[in-house]
Design a protein around this ligand. Structure first.
Ligand code: UFG
Length: 341
């Protein structure tokens, strides 16, 4: 029988790509989202790709009663929890809003899962938990460093909460996926990242500059201890990242896990600098990026990339997209959005 997966935050950037990957593997999907950073239109765009309209519930999971009603209404086999605020800078300015939202929603979800004896959960964590790593690439055993932002702290604390819940309940299986930097858009160009306001992340800012919405891209610092002086990150195509969720769900449902609580890095294992991104973008799209070197951005670390062997071996997952493909789909998606307006 088809398994039913509840995807919280399923109309968001990573959530929507994951819904597609799940539907393509034969899962029933229920999306819950409060649409605080996405549009309902996404569910119809998903339908255009997979020919399946996902069930959609507009609910704020911080609302305990609404969350309870949701779990009473559906028979759910597993949950993938994306619903969270995600901007580092914003979290520094509004810590309470971040703590309230990100903690309350996961606690409500866990409470309902326990009540309904739902055994499997995938949690969106982040490589931010490694802070400034002592050595590279980072493995899942690399030390967790003091969080640099309330956003990062929510990821660390929630990972601890999940581990504690797994220790207390042998029937609960949780996988935390530590994402590196997701970029790109679905190859159909029907869904992608929709940045509201001024985008804090590199790719949407870059593509908005090239399309003429922003004057120039600021490259934050060229005096880091890296070959060209700019920061290095592990950029991963969002569809590859989405596939990792399906592998994690399959592993838990098939009971292939080694322990109740497992953690995986989800990256490509390759680090690229900000200038690598700019120059590769220019080359593959045959365009010029107007950029200026500026001072360092507070809170940035010099370099991080993933050791992905654990995910490759145990999740049987590997990133497939090249950097060139990621940067092509990022640009094509920006053009699609510009044509809509
Ligand atoms: N950058 C620029 N100019 C910009 C935006 C970014 O030069 O306009 C640089 C940053 O300084 C950094 C790199 O591009 O060196 C990547 O920055 P992003 O903001 O795209 O991504 P971050 O690595 O800062 O943050 C991401 C996620 C967070 C997560 C964090 C963990 O957005 O959710 O990785 O390191 F917590």
């Amino acid at each position: 029988m088809k398994k039913t997966i509840l995807v919280t935050g399923g109309t968001g950037y990573i959530g929507s790509h994951t819904v597609i990957a799940l539907q393509e593997q034969g899962y029933n999907v229920i999306i819950v989202d409060n649409l605080s950073n996405s549009e309902e239109e996404v569910i119809y765009n998903i339908e255009k790709i997979t020919h399946i309209l996902p069930v959609f519930e507009k609910i704020d999971l911080v609302d305990e009663q609404a969350c309870e009603a949701l779990f009473n209404n559906y028979a759910i086999d597993a949950v993938i929890h994306f619903a969270a605020y995600k901007y580092v800078n914003e979290s520094v300015n509004e810590p309470l809003r971040y703590y309230k939202n990100n903690f309350h929603s996961i606690l409500n979800v866990l409470t309902e899962m326990q009540k309904h004896q739902i055994k499997n959960l995938v949690f969106s964590s982040s490589c931010t938990v490694y802070g400034t790593p002592d050595s590279l690439p980072v493995t899942e055993n690399s030390p967790i460093k003091k969080a640099m932002s309330p956003y990062g702290n929510t990821k660390q604390v929630i990972e601890e909460v999940l581990e504690d819940c797994c220790k207390a309940n042998n029937n609960l299986f949780v996988t935390s996926l530590r994402y590196f930097n997701p970029i790109g858009a679905h190859p159909s160009l029907k869904i992608g990242e929709v940045a509201k306001g001024i985008p804090p992340n590199l790719l949407p800012y870059l593509t908005q500059t090239v399309i003429g919405k922003r004057e120039y891209l600021s490259v934050f610092g060229n005096d880091y201890d890296t070959p060209d002086g700019t920061c290095i990150r592990d950029y991963i195509h969002v569809s590859d990242l989405a596939d990792a969720h399906v592998c994690a769900i399959q592993r838990m449902i098939e009971k292939n896990t080694i322990s109740n609580y497992e953690v995986f890095n989800v990256g490509t294992g390759i680090g690229y600098s900000v200038l690598d991104i700019v120059h590769t973008f220019e080359k593959v799209n045959n365009l010029k990026v107007n950029y200026q070197i500026k001072g360092r951005r507070e809170g940035d670390i010099a370099k991080i990339w993933a050791d992905t062997r654990k995910a490759n071996e145990l999740l049987k997952w590997k990133a497939k997209y090249s950097l060139e493909d990621m940067l092509k789909t990022s640009w094509e998606w920006e053009k699609v959005m510009a044509n809509k307006k």
